[in-house]
Design a binder for this molecule. Structure first.
Ligand code: UD1
Length: 371
């Protein structure tokens, strides 16, 4: 007898797409290996539409070979309450219709929490990929999403041992936890050859190892006028000495306009539109260092062993500091931290265990064991 296990896979925002792509590919691979009365895995992809611009969404589907979503909830932008509520009310009928065995959510964005709440209350099992991360900073919306999701989801799939330790210290039983490794690295490894074909660096007249890759979008950095103004002027002075590439997130662009902060293509600071996945990997591999407040870039720089300065007071990814090439920084410490980075070797750190490109297989195996 063949058994069917049906998953509803949820993706909504840019950092979700590179996390669901390897899982979808692994499902196709799993079904191709079927023999006799094995299990068949079935899935539907739900795009909640939190990110909708072509440069924030479509380009990732294309580059990562993700099939078009089966369901688009089209929630768009809004306050946290609006986004969460809209995802919940639009996702519930999808669950009623599709009757999945599992809902699979990734990361810490609003749709991951919203769909977990819907699923658990409907008695559908929920698996959370990238569980257990904690910044211990409850002013971060993502920290609330992580805490809520992990406290109610059925299966918590962690990227590194610190995740397991956080969950256990919160009273989660070992039975709900599986250490599977870092799913982002599956996509990185699978796309490395294509990333190395990127022409962006030469189009920008940059040399490998001779520029800084900057990204910035956290509300704590960009939603306050003075903080954003100070950070932008820091980048401008950095650009006097070093070419800076800054693909600007729509949130940052919106806040600059709202605050009336003018940003010039001064010196060597190149402010460009958000870049696709392959171009971003290429910038990360080839930068002299990366300056960011992104979670994903802390992990990708660790894999490439490219120095990373994270403009945040904390990180939910401490392994990128203890093993990898990441360091927390602040506007006050930035000049000294940059001087230190430039004084040391261009690549350093080690890749954490299970960041090996094979996490998606372990995710499926864990779900099947619990099905
Ligand atoms: C969201 C995630 C954050 C993640 C980030 C990656 C939450 C709570 N936050 O933050 O964890 O690091 O995505 O990008 O889920 N906008 C556009 N086009 C788009 C999408 C957004 O112009 O396609 C603009 C809108 O003005 C919107 C603003 O960007 O109001 C912020 O978007 P939103 O999805 O609310 O939050 P992010 O800052 O992107």
């Amino acid at each position: 007898m063949t058994k069917n296990v049906k998953l509803l896979i949820v993706a909504g925002a840019r950092p979700n797409f590179m996390k669901v792509a390897p899982i979808i590919q692994a499902i196709a691979g799993f079904n191709q290996q079927l023999r006799g009365n094995d299990t068949v895995m079935e899935y539907r992809l739900v795009h909640t539409g939190q990110h909708y611009d072509a440069k924030m969404s479509d380009v990732f589907f294309r580059e990562l070979g993700i099939p078009a979503p089966d369901v688009s909830l089209e929630v768009g932008s809004g306050s946290h309450a609006q986004q969460t509520a809209n995802v919940m009310t639009r996702f519930e009928p999808v669950c009623e219709r599709e009757k999945p065995d599992w809902i699979l959510v990734v990361g810490d964005v609003n749709p991951s929490m919203a769909c977990t709440l819907v699923g658990v209350k409907m008695g559908i099992k929920v698996a959370h990929v990238e569980a257990g991360l904690r910044s211990f900073d409850r002013t971060m919306p993502e920290e609330i999403n992580r805490l809520v999701t992990d406290s109610i989801a059925d299966l918590l799939l962690t990227p590194s041992v610190d995740g397991d330790e956080h969950l256990k210290s919160e009273g989660v039983s070992q039975d709900r936890i599986r250490l599977v490794g870092n799913i982002m690295i599956d996509s990185l490894v699978a796309n490395l050859a294509k990333a190395r074909e990127s022409k962006l660096i030469s189009e920008l007249n940059l040399k490998p190892g001779g520029f800084v890759y900057v990204t910035l979008h956290r509300p704590s950095n960009v939603d306050h006028r003075e903080s954003l103004r100070t950070i932008m002027s820091k980048f401008e002075s950095l650009g006097v000495h070093f070419p800076v590439v800054f693909p600007m997130h729509p949130r940052t662009r919106k806040m600059l306009a709202e605050f009336g902060i003018t940003h010039h293509e001064k010196g060597n600071v190149r402010i460009i539109e958000p870049v696709g996945y392959h171009d971003s990997l290429s910038l990360t591999e080839n930068a002299r260092f990366v300056l960011t407040d992104s979670g994903g870039l802390q992990e990708e720089t660790t894999y490439f062993r490219t120095p990373c300065l994270t403009l945040r007071p904390n990180t939910e990814r401490p392994v990128t500091i203890t093993l990898g090439s990441n360091k927390l920084t602040s506007v006050e410490r930035l000049d000294a931290d940059i001087a230190n980075v430039l004084a040391r070797e261009p690549k350093f750190g080690t890749i954490p265990p299970l960041w090996d490109g094979k996490t998606a297989g372990r995710v499926l195996q864990s779900i099947l064991e619990k099905s």
